[in-house]
Design a protein around this ligand. Structure first.
Ligand SMILES: *Cc1c(COP(=O)(O)O)cnc(C)c1O
Length: 218
């Protein structure tokens, strides 16, 4: 089942769009099944769960962190994550930079842009991201790799379309404005229900959980 799901998605995904299999809340056997089917990039959203899976599962798995990250949990995430997709505050960015400095590591991050309609959804506003990138030099141990966003939780395709268009436009604007940030080229948009729309709006990375692993049990 997992293998079939993966193969179907991969056959529809344009080449050049990276598939992150979101394995949060799913057991290690499910991850291994996907791994054996050729999937090597996985996303988790809880620090402890990421650390525990990362030490036990094959070492060539590339882990992405995509949840809310508290600064006291960095040591469970940063040793394992290749990319932190969900940086949503300057406080967190500074803490990651410090950790990188103390551990002699450059940490790759995406800045999360708030695009959904939900009040509670995390993420920066456009002006905040501009402000951070104008001061990118201050973060010696951070590699700014692009933006991440989550569309409004709705079935209305027009709304989702508008959300993704907004982040795609902003991404293009940033790439123009900051040519010196040569790694700033990833746009992580698209989940199980909306990834085909995201792909039409310049997604370079989709984060798909349910459509691969089935429903999560919380
Ligand atoms: C859980 C999660 C996903 C995957 O969601 P699905 O709808 O199961 O594909 C993608 N991105 C983030 C940030 C998530 O927390």
């Amino acid at each position: 089942m997992i293998e079939e799901n993966l193969n179907r998605i991969k056959s529809e995904l344009p080449s050049g769009v990276k598939l992150v299999a979101v394995s949060k809340f799913h057991p290690m056997e499910a991850i291994l099944e996907a791994y054996q089917a050729g999937q090597t990039v996985f996303g988790e959203n809880r620090p402890q769960e990421l650390a525990s899976k990362a030490v036990q599962l094959p070492q060539d798995i590339e882990w992405h962190f995509l949840g809310h990250l508290q600064t006291n949990k960095l040591k469970m995430v940063l040793p394992y994550a290749t990319l932190v997709q969900s940086v949503d505050s300057v406080h967190l960015l500074q803490a990651i930079d410090n950790w990188g400095s103390n551990n002699d590591k450059i940490i790759s991050v995406l800045l999360e842009l708030h695009i959904g309609a939900e009040e509670t959804k995390q993420g920066f506003h456009e002006e905040e991201i501009l402000d951070i990138l104008f001061h990118a030099d201050d973060y010696k141990n951070i590699c700014f790799c692009g933006l991440m966003g989550m569309a409004s939780h709705t079935d209305d395709q027009e709304v989702i379309n508008a959300d993704f268009e907004r982040i795609d436009t902003f991404m293009a604007y940033l790439v123009d404005l900051f040519p010196e940030l040569t790694d700033f080229n990833q746009l992580s948009i698209g989940m199980s229900d909306d990834w085909p729309i995201a792909v039409r709006h310049g997604s370079t990375m989709v984060r798909i959980g349910t459509a691969i692993f089935g429903a999560r049990e919380y």
